[in-house]
Design a protein around this ligand. Structure first.
Ligand SMILES: [Mn+2]
Length: 319
C-alpha cells in the first residue's frame, strides 16, 4: 500500500503576478512528473489537499490541457476542496465549481466531511477522511475539523485544507497547531495544505502531521523563491509507515521563475499591512478601525469626519 500526496496545484491558464515563466506550462511539466512518480513507485491511491484549481471556474481549454495529464493517473485521486476551489468559502457551492463537476465525472473522489471511506491494497486497510475549507476553519474548535476517530482499519489518514502550522507564523491570523492536532486525533497521519511553504513531517506519540507545501509557487516571498515543490510518498509496505518527500526535478529554480525585484516591494507592502493589522488591536467595528487609523496616521479631523459620514451613509443604505 502506497499513497502519494500533493496539494495546492492552483491550476490556471494565466500567469501569477510575480512569475517570469509560463506558469501553466511549468505546472503541466510538474504534473507530468507526478504521473511518472505514481507509475514508478506503484502508488495505489493519490490524495490532493485542495486548491486543485486557482479559482472555482476556469476556461474549458485550460481545464482540458491539465485534465489530459491527470487522467493518465490510473490510481483513484481523492481530494478535499480548498478555499480557491469554492465560492465564498462555502463548500456547499461545490456543485457549481470545476472541482465539483469533475468529481461528478469521476476524475476526483471528494472526501466528504464526516463520511470516511476505506481503501485496501497489499493487505492493508486504510481509512481516508477529509475536511474541505470553510468559513469557520481555524476559527472554531479545531477538533471539529482536524481530529477524527480511527475505526476498523490498519491506518487512518485525515486530509484538511486550513492553516495547519508547526508554529504560529502570524499570531493574529487564525491557525491550528500540528501538535494540538496530533494530541487530539486518532488519525495516524494528518495531511495539511493551504500553508504553501509546507513543513517537514512532525510526529507526536506516533501521530504524524505533514504538509509537503504547494506544488505551485504563487508568492514572491523568499520562502517560495528558495523552496523546491515536492510531493509526499506515504509507504505502508514496511513494518513502520515511511514518509518520503520527493522534490520535483521538473520544477525550475525559484530564482529563475519568480521576479525577486518585485518580491522586495511585496515584502515592504506586507510589513506595512501587518503594522496596520496590529494597529487595529481590539477594534470591533469599522468605525473603530477608522478611528484607530485616523489617530495613528494623524489624519485631519475633516478627512476623518468625512469618512465617518460616508460609512454611516453606507450603513443607512444597507438598513
Ligand atoms: Mn492554496
Amino acid at each position: 500500500m502506497k499513497l502519494l500526496y500533493l496539494t495546492d496545484t492552483h491550476i490556471r491558464g494565466t500567469n501569477p503576478k510575480y512569475r517570469l515563466d509560463d506558469f501553466a506550462s511549468t505546472l503541466r511539466a510538474k504534473l507530468i512528473e507526478v504521473v511518472g512518480l505514481v507509475e514508478t513507485h506503484r502508488v495505489d491511491f493519490v490524495i490532493h489537499g485542495g486548491d486543485v484549481f486557482d479559482m472555482p471556474s476556469l476556461p474549458l481549454p485550460v481545464v482540458g490541457d491539465f485534465m489530459e495529464i491527470l487522467a493518465r493517473i490510473r490510481a483513484p485521486i481523492y481530494a478535499v476542496a480548498g478555499n480557491h476551489d469554492i465560492y465564498a468559502y462555502n463548500p456547499e457551492t461545490l456543485d457549481r465549481t470545476m472541482l465539483g463537476f469533475l468529481s461528478r465525472l469521476g476524475h476526483f473522489r471528494l472526501l466528504q466531511p464526516g463520511s470516511p471511506v476505506y481503501v485496501e491494497a497489499g493487505g492493508v486497510r486504510v481509512q481516508l477522511s477529509g475536511m474541505h475549507f470553510h468559513y469557520a476553519m481555524d476559527r472554531r474548535d479545531f477538533r471539529m475539523d482536524y481530529c477524527v476517530r480511527k475505526v476498523d482499519c490498519d491506518f487512518a489518514i485525515h486530509t484538511t485544507h486550513g492553516l495547519l502550522l508547526t508554529r504560529p507564523v502570524a499570531p493574529e491570523i487564525p491557525h491550528t497547531l500540528a501538535e494540538s492536532v496530533a494530541q487530539n486525533t486518532e488519525a495516524d497521519l494528518t495531511l495539511g495544505s493551504h500553508a504553501h511553504f509546507g513543513f517537514a513531517p512532525v510526529t507526536f506519540d506516533g501521530r504524524t502531521v505533514a504538509n509537503p507545501g504547494a506544488l505551485a509557487r504563487l508568492s514572491p516571498q523568499p520562502a517560495d523563491v528558495q523552496r523546491r515543490p515536492q510531493v509526499l510518498l506515504i509507504d505502508l509496505t514496511g513494518e513502520k509507515p515511511a514518509y518520503v518527500l520527493i522534490p520535483l526535478t521538473s520544477a525550475p529554480l525559484g530564482s529563475t521563475v519568480i521576479d525577486t525585484q518585485q518580491a522586495n516591494n511585496f515584502t515592504a507592502r506586507e510589513a506595512v499591512l501587518s503594522d496596520y493589522l496590529k494597529g487595529w488591536g481590539s477594534a470591533s467595528t469599522l468605525e473603530d478601525v477608522l478611528h484607530n487609523l485616523a489617530q495613528r496616521d494623524t489624519l485631519s479631523e475633516k478627512v476623518r469626519d468625512e469618512a465617518m459620514h460616508r460609512l454611516q451613509d453606507a450603513r443607512k443604505g444597507i438598513g
